[in-house]
Design a protein around this ligand. Structure first.
Ligand code: ATP
Ligand code: MG
Length: 403
């Protein structure tokens, strides 16, 4: 017997009180979009009071893997469903166990929950009956109540019985689209893609902005950022990427302000431009990959000086994280290999060897006052190019939603 459905659990949503319905609806919609795109025959259903993906002949292992990457899902289980009759339940249990044996598993225990009290046999008795049946049918099988290879869960509900022997961890977090929309400052480095991932995991829909400085930065550097956005989009949906021509701003800054505050002033320009682009699209926050103390430009003093130019919240998901943890995360989500390609982004050009670790906000503002700030910002915004990056499929129908 084949597993005919996948049980989808979403523990975190259970504690969301009044928001719960909204979150559940969004999660189901996100799952439906995924199924439609990759497994056209599959459908979601709500039976047994739970959310299922009906595989309808699609490869159940592949559907399972795809679902594990959907934010908001805490775990998934392939299930066999039967009517509430002892013989059918035993047969279903045997099908699950024979699958498990084929995977090399040997020991098991049965955990039956009789939710439908009209079912004549109690949970304990069902444990015994099913256990004995399986031991009779499969000689290589052994019972282990403490550390079984397979915990066979049998839920007897009004509508029918669901049997599963496997529970796989999902991505967790909150469904994409429940956390509003924000603008990720996406460099070609290791940190910012991970910061974007963390925000997406909390349900945030991302747009991204990248500052490049041709001819000082290469086409490959820009390609790198598009590839990073594509990886992110596989988790949280298509990403609208704004590519800002930053050469003029950088040159102006380089000519006008002392070397050691250059990076601070440059960052302030990035924030101003990012904020304008975000506001134009109705986004409510900026996201950066900064981590406290990691480099000279990421001290509290520099964040203080940089932050002066924006009233929009700047989310810094990595602020307290160790670099090694961030690297590990980037390897897991698949951005690391792209991030370490050797092409420089705009921040590494013109950089002084001794940037101030504690820039003085007033002095920075003073030096900056010699620049035509508004003109520089407006000009960069005007010449910004926009692309939709979607690593999920070449022709995605839902793109208009983002524009
Ligand atoms: P990352 O690994 O994300 O590049 P980093 O450790 O190199 O970070 P910085 O160069 O100080 O740190 O940049 C801090 C943050 O500023 C980045 O995480 C990113 O959010 C933003 N940023 C830096 N350069 C750019 C750029 N060229 N385009 C867009 N955002 C940028
Ligand atoms: Mg960087």
């Amino acid at each position: 017997m084949k597993h005919d459905a996948i049980l989808i659990r979403y523990a975190e949503l259970a504690i969301k009180g009044r928001n719960r319905k909204k979150f559940e609806r969004r999660l189901e919609k996100n799952i439906q979009q995924l199924l439609k795109r990759r497994f056209p025959a599959a459908r979601t259903s709500r039976t047994f009071g739970r959310l299922f993906a009906e595989t309808n002949g699609e490869d159940s292992k592949e559907v399972l893997e795809a679902l594990r990457h959907v934010f908001g899902i805490s775990s998934v289980s392939p299930v066999v469903r039967t009517v509430n009759r002892e013989a059918d339940i035993k047969e279903g249990a045997a099908a699950v166990i024979s699958d498990a044996l084929a995977q090399g598993k040997r020991s098991f225990k049965v955990s039956c929950r009789r939710i439908d009290k009209t079912f004549p046999t109690g949970s304990q008795d069902m444990n015994q009956l099913i256990g004995a049946h399986l031991l009779g049918q499969f000689p290589e099988l052994t019972v282990d109540v403490h550390h079984p290879d397979v915990e066979l869960t049998v839920e007897i509900r009004q509508e029918g019985t669901a049997i599963t022997g496997e529970k796989l961890k999902g991505a967790g977090g909150l469904p994409t689209g429940t956390g509003g929309r924000a603008m990720l400052l996406l460099s070609g480095g290791i940190d910012s893609p991970v910061a974007g991932f963390e925000a997406m995991k909390r349900g945030v829909t991302l747009e991204a902005v990248h500052f490049h400085s041709p001819p000082y930065t290469s086409v490959q550097a820009k390609q790198k950022v598009e590839d990073l956005a594509a990886v992110l989009s596989a988790f949280g949906g298509a990403v609208k990427l704004h590519v800002v021509p930053f050469t003029e701003a950088q040159l102006a800054v380089h000519q006008q302000v002392p070397d050691n505050v250059e990076i601070t002033v440059m960052r302030r320009f990035m924030l101003r431009i990012a904020e304008q682009l975000a506001e134009k699209d109705g986004l409510k926050a900026l996201i950066s990959g900064e981590s406290l103390g990691q480099v000279a430009s990421q001290t509290l003093e520099s964040m203080y000086a940089i932050n002066q130019v924006t009233t929009m919240p700047v989310l810094r998901p990595l602020i307290t994280q160790d670099k090694l943890d961030v690297i590990e995360k980037s390897q897991r989500i698949g951005t690391y290999d792209i991030s370490i390609r050797p092409f420089e982004d705009c921040c590494t050009i013109f950089l002084p060897s001794d940037p101030k670790t504690k820039p003085n906000a007033e002095k920075v503002a003073y030096y900056e006052s010699f620049l035509a700030i508004d003109d520089i910002v407006n000009d960069a915004v005007k010449r910004t190019e926009v692309r939709i990056i979607d690593g999920r499929t070449q022709q995605d129908e839902e793109l208009e939603d983002l524009l």
